[in-house]
Design a protein around this ligand. Structure first.
Ligand code: MF3
Ligand code: CO
Length: 238
């Protein structure tokens, strides 16, 4: 899982430097697919329940699962990139969001930093002896304290030989509730945070999720292994 996580981290880093105004989202998919395979990995999204691409690119009011295509990235767009790879039978899954150039306003900028902070706060509490509700609540409390909302309809997940394993890891919850975390657990924690209302809609392509109120949405994700000594981020650049 460390090797899979490393491949995902490296490819996301390449993609961060690939994203620019004037690029079609399909070109991000081409780079992602090539960079995963170059490192001995297989894109896990491609073919997953019929998903057609190696990466998800979700822009502005798109929350997750945007399918790469002809759409052009523009200056000021909030671009979220989600990537998964299998290496030697194990999966890594991670995502980040970024503005292309400057954020449109200060609150948009805050949405990005709060979502990323929420992920790291959740990772910090993902300790042996804690419960999954502590992890979920860490995300929700940080997000709502800043006046944003957490998406309910999509959640983080256990991860290992499969991308999606038990348990579900919601971005909302009650401290002290849920599964007891024991060393050996691997989870993908992935806050999806809306500037406005938490409600979302599914697009006509059957994949792209958008905010119902068309407010901006932001997504960060890491694959995290919880060992005896605490959480280890497998999809961090090392
Ligand atoms: N990180 C996402 C998830 O955990 C990516 C899945 S996209 C899919 O669900 F296309 F593979 F479904
Ligand atoms: Co995931």
């Amino acid at each position: 899982m460390r090797r899979a996580g490393q491949v995902v981290a490296e490819v996301l880093d390449v993609l961060r430097h690939t994203v620019r105004a004037g690029l079609a989202t399909r070109e991000i998919d081409v780079v992602a697919d090539r960079e995963i395979r170059k490192r001995g990995g297989t894109p896990v999204f491609k073919g997953y329940q019929g998903y057609p691409s190696s990466v998800c690119v979700s822009i502005n009011d798109e929350v997750v699962h945007g399918i790469p295509g002809n759409r052009m990235i523009r200056e000021g767009d909030l671009v979220s990139i989600d990537l998964g790879a299998t290496v030697d039978g194990f999966v890594g899954d991670a995502a980040f969001s970024m503005f292309v150039g400057n954020a449109p306003d200060a609150v948009a900028d805050e949405l990005l930093s709060v979502t990323e902070e929420a992920l790291y706060q959740a990772i910090k509490v993902a300790q042996p002896g804690a419960r999954l509700g502590d992890v979920s609540a860490a995300v929700q409390q940080h997000v709502e304290a800043h006046g944003f909302s957490v998406v309910r309809d999509f959640v983080g997940h256990g991860i290992g030989r499969q991308m999606h394993e038990e348990p579900q890891v919601p971005n909302y919850g009650v401290p002290g509730r849920g599964l007891l975390i024991k060393p050996g657990l691997a989870i993908a924690i992935e806050p999806m945070v809306n500037r406005g209302d938490f409600r979302v809609d599914l697009g006509e392509d059957g994949w792209t999720v958008t905010t119902r109120d068309h407010s901006l949405s932001c997504h960060f994700e890491h694959t995290v292994f919880i060992g005896e000594d605490g959480p280890e981020i497998l999809t961090a650049i090392s």
